[in-house]
Design a protein around this ligand. Structure first.
Ligand SMILES: C[S@@+](CC[C@H](N)C(=O)[O-])C[C@H]1O[C@@H](n2cnc3c(N)ncnc32)[C@H](O)[C@@H]1O
Length: 185
């Protein structure tokens, strides 16, 4: 874990400026439930910043202290408040102290099976979980690891507690991805 965390720290430190917010998030933004929001694996925070600027009360979690520091600086510049949580999402039951959330987003990250199972329990009723990440086409065409890739429709019925509102397979400037929007029953 420490090796991977340092790799992410180095990647985030090497980048300058923030990319635009995620295309799948922008496309389905109106489906989010305004209120408390959580950005899972927020990185340098392009998506958390968008939510904060749109009036959400945002928490953002990642294990990269470098990514979180960049997000903290950007939040200060933009004069928005974001609650930063530095933790390893592979630890058991990682986010129980902070819930419930009205919206959870997770962009370009595949939570482990335990965390995926936990997410419905972190949401309030009618809360929204918006998730998009790279798929096996991306793994086939780039060095992206297959074990981290989403496969076609794999999570459409992933929880009895969630209604699937959207499933899309698409390619944008970041690569070939699958995207989901779920609503907590
Ligand atoms: C591809 S980046 C995505 C960043 C952000 N969601 C975005 O779309 O700009 C993946 C992020 O996952 C974080 N990450 C990977 N494994 C993690 C773990 N076990 N716990 C917490 N964060 C993790 C990395 O530090 C990195 O910031």
């Amino acid at each position: 874990m420490e090796y991977d965390r340092q790799k992410w720290n180095a990647k985030h430190a090497a980048k300058r400026g923030l990319h635009q917010a995620d295309s799948f998030l922008l496309k389905h933004f109106k489906l989010l439930r305004l209120g408390k929001a959580l950005d899972i694996a927020c990185g340098r925070g392009r998506n958390a910043l968008l939510l904060a600027e749109k009036g959400f009360e945002v928490s953002a979690v990642d294990y990269s202290d470098v990514g979180l520091k960049i997000l903290a600086d950007q939040a200060r510049l933009k004069q928005v408040a974001i609650h930063l949580i530095e933790l390893d999402l592979d630890q058991p039951n990682p986010l129980a102290d902070y819930c419930p959330f009205d919206s959870i987003i997770c962009i370009n990250f595949k939570p482990n099976p335990e965390l995926l199972k936990l997410i419905p329990h972190l949401l309030s009723k009618d809360g929204i979980f918006l998730w998009s990440s790279f798929n096996e086409i991306q793994a086939d065409q780039t060095p992206f690891p297959l074990e981290k890739a989403l496969t076609e429709k794999a999570f459409v019925d992933y929880s009895d507690l969630m209604e699937t509102l959207i499933y899309e397979r698409f390619t944008d400037i970041t690569g070939a991805r699958d995207g989901y929007v779920f609503k907590r029953k």
